[in-house]
Design a protein around this ligand. Structure first.
Ligand code: GLA
Length: 610
């Protein structure tokens, strides 16, 4: 695609087709935005409702506004809001309408990006995992089964947000169609179908499409009639280059950076990512000087709580994203105002649109230490199985999705009834398998390292357990459509195929019935339990997980996410909103040999790669 020669005329034709939208306060007038009839620069920051506890939304939105922004951009996360087919959930941290309403109350316009694909380092790029229950269904394509599901999503989302559209007096001023499709494919029919569905659902505000810069991505990723915007990072020189190389597509349009990456995300086992304030202010200064509207991705990154972190696949190597989505954003994971925030506020505050004022600087969010506390009861995951799952019989191993499961772990159990010789071969492992024989861990097989086989003695009468953890579905690139989890191929030992399994889906949604017993001596993958008292909740905290190997933590029933001592993230963010005065309950699922006996909360995160 990249080298494709595209005629300037084709770009001009696209440019001419963009209409202006009456009725909405934000409109396009030739090559600039107007709001209420006056020239307007959109200065947006990206913030994602499921990445911040809903109780903190107003605080974070107010901080974004006080940085000098006038707009918030968010994706709508399909897999958050339709967790099971036809069962929509817009409650709690999924209450997108409340998020947008609060933004309005705080004086912010909203740019909505309803996908259906969102990328975003989010499990499966925002697609609900249940789509994979339909054999052969292909996401992001002109597959009628997929398009029936996207149509239902857009319609229900519109029902939720209709009064908030600017055409109805609300603050949603623009809506994005798909997401960076130009980096993915060339299926015009699919792209047109998504566009038509969004229009037909009733999203009657200016529509736009965002793509990487340059003809190679803009040509396949742009539809005529829709405003094209470009996504990139770097400094003023990079910004200039991105706009120069995209010029044929942008001529005659308001110029806008749909995502300016003011930071970057981390992946397990790789160095922690940061981007300097100097680079960000260089680019933003260029945007302002050149009348380029922009969206800072992210202004506040937040956290991939629960199971929702995504993953990349690069050159066939699987690279899961960390729990923290701090993103080195101007507002940090704990809601604190960073030097980058201050630098951007100073710059932006000096260049507001006529009639705008810079809001008062809010106080930064406090964090607190939590004194060391003991984990004092435990139960092995195998002993806890009856409290967690009902087994299902299956002749062959099948994927997690085939058992109706979206997230978590899945256990495949088999009692060997004949003597076998040779290597144990699981086929492709999605994503981290612990092999246990009669309850004893024998080894792990890691998708990141393309490990599938284990040389371990096995004999008739042994109980073989294959415990497989979903580490996050790939959210970017050609691997996305086939992101099933668990095991799906044949499991063999030497020449023998193993059949007749007992399968335990372990979504771990409810840990209330775990049969803990005193002491922390449970073996193998195990749950550890403890707690601490707080006289007062004085802020959020960072739980120090350096004594652990790999696993998950729940506090007062809230799933903080995954920890892994390979880093770079060594601490797990605990939102103040999830802590309480008095007793706080902690459950840890530790998968490795080395586990924590006690834990403590820190005032700052630790990033270190091992
Ligand atoms: C792209 C996507 C975003 C996000 C960023 C990287 O621009 O559109 O969703 O994945 O990359 O953080």
């Amino acid at each position: 695609m990249k080298g494709r020669v595209v005629s300037v005329l084709a770009g001009m034709a696209l440019a001419m087709a963009v209409p202006s939208w009456a009725g909405s306060p934000l409109a396009i007038d030739g090559d600039h935005f107007v709001r209420d009839g006056k020239p307007w620069l959109v200065r947006s920051g990206e913030m994602h409702y499921p990445r911040i506890p809903h109780e903190a939304w107003r605080d974070r939105l107010r901080k974004a506004k006080a940085m000098g922004l006038n707009t918030i951009t968010t994706y709508a996360f399909w897999n958050v809001n339709e967790p099971e087919p036809g069962k929509f959930d817009f409650s709690g941290d999924g209450d997108i309408a409340s998020f947008i309403r609060i933004a309005k109350e705080e004086g912010l316009d909203v740019i909505l990006r309803p996908g259906p694909y969102v990328c975003a380092e989010w499990d499966f790029g925002g697609f609900p995992a249940w789509l994979l229950r339909t054999p052969g269904l292909r996401v992001r394509s002109y597959d009628p089964r997929f398009l029936a599901a996207t149509d239902a999503w857009f319609k229900r989302l519109h029902q939720e947000l209709e009064p908030l559209l600017s055409s109805h007096g609300g603050n949603i001023v623009m809506v994005q169609v798909e997401n960076e499709y130009g980096s993915y494919g060339e299926d015009r029919d699919y792209l047109e179908a998504i566009h038509k569905q969004i229009v037909a659902a009733g999203f009657d505000v200016p529509l736009f499409m965002s793509n990487g810069p340059g003809p190679g991505r803009m040509e396949p990723g742009t539809l005529p009639g829709l405003l094209p915007v470009i996504n990139f990072d770097g400094d003023a020189a990079d910004a200039k280059q991105a706009f120069d190389e995209s010029a044929p597509y942008l001529a005659g349009h308001p110029k806008m950076t749909g995502e300016y990456w003011s930071g970057w995300y981390d992946r397990w086992g790789e160095p922690h990512q940061t981007r300097t304030a100097a680079v960000a202010t260089s680019a933003v200064g260029w945007f302002i000087d050149n009348n380029v509207s922009f969206n800072l991705y992210m202004v506040d990154g937040g956290t991939n709580f629960g199971w929702m972190a995504g993953a990349n696949e690069e050159n066939h190597v699987y690279k899961p994203v960390t729990t923290s989505y701090d993103y080195d954003a101007p507002i940090d994971e704990a809601g604190r105002l960073t030097p980058k925030y201050m630098a951007l506020r100073k710059l932006i505050g000096a260049h507001l649109n006529p009639g705008e004022t810079l809001a008062k600087l809010p106080a930064s969010s406090p964090t607190m230490a939590i004194a060391s506390f003991k984990l004092d009861t435990s139960v092995s995951l195998l002993d806890a199985l009856p409290a967690l799952s009902k087994p299902q019989s299956s002749v062959r191993v099948r994927s997690m999705e085939a058992f109706g499961q979206n997230h978590g772990l899945i256990l495949y159990r088999k009692r060997l009834d004949t003597n076998v010789t040779g290597k144990l071969d699981l086929g492709p492992v999605r994503d981290l398998a612990t092999v246990l024989v009669d309850g004893e861990p024998r080894g792990t097989l890691d998708r990141r390292l393309d490990q599938r086989t284990l040389d371990t003695p096995l004999k008739s009468g042994d109980t073989l357990d294959l415990l497989v953890e979903n580490m996050g579905r790939v959210n970017f690139g050609s691997a996305v459509p086939d992101e099933y989890k668990g095991l799906r191929h044949e499991v063999t030992i030497g020449k023998d195929t193993l059949s007749n399994w007992q399968v335990y889906p372990l979504p771990l949604n409810d840990l209330s019935a775990l049969p803990f017993h005193p002491g922390t001596d449970a073996k193998g993958p195990r749950f550890l339990h403890g707690g601490f008292e707080l006289a007062k909740v004085a802020g959020g905290s960072f739980l120090d997980m350096r004594a652990g190997s790999q696993g998950h933590v729940w506090i007062n029933g809230h799933h903080l996410g995954r920890y892994w001592n390979i880093g770079p993230q060594q601490t797990l963010f605990v939102p103040a909103e999830w802590l309480r005065k008095g007793h706080n309950d902690v459950v840890v699922l530790e998968m490795g040999a080395r586990g924590p006996a006690d834990l403590a909360g820190l005032t700052d995160p630790i990033f270190a790669t091992h």
